[in-house]
Design a protein around this ligand. Sequence first.
Ligand SMILES: O=C1C[C@@](O)(C(=O)O)C[C@@H](O)[C@@H]1O
Length: 188
Amino acid sequence: MSHKPIAPNHRYQAQMVSRRHILLINGPNLNLLGTREPQIYGSTTLHDIEQASQTLAFSLGFRLTTFQSNHEGAIIDRIHQAAGFFPSPPSPSPSSAATTTEAGVDPEDKVSAIIINPGAYTHTSIGIRDALLGTGIPFVEVHVSNVHAREAFRHHSYLSDKAVAVICGLGPFGYSAALEFLGRHMKF
Ligand SMILES: O=C1C[C@@](O)(C(=O)O)C[C@@H](O)[C@@H]1O
């Protein structure tokens, strides 16, 4: 009785299914959602938003990491980390004065896309714009309120012209909309 030969390149290996990784960043004062100006931002807390986003991301096949900071530099560092770069520790000699390093980077930290509500930094931060452009990570800009129906200084964003999409005025649903969009339409 003859057996069919197994092709030499035919491997029975369990494939690790790695989930696409999305980073959700919320900027200054968004930790106050739920109590902050409820007539503008509603009563949903950031914790509620992050939990709902985790559930939705899982069902869409994403891994989601959430991050909130009131500090511009911390947000910039987090964007760098999402691309695999970390600020170097202070250098003892000028000859080794690199500003970033890839040493020790966990490939799992790298993300495919960022959803960002930069809060007030939307209207002021060239640094966050440059971090997003410098890393090249595609991003969706989200605002809970309709910034265009508010004060004139909120009408300009330093990010919108570089964003894959901009969502504003949908309340907390804006975060879900961003995730759904990435799940269905982004090729990465
Ligand atoms: O902090 C915020 C929140 C905001 O980004 C929003 O989600 O509607 C709008 C910004 O103008 C404001 O500074």
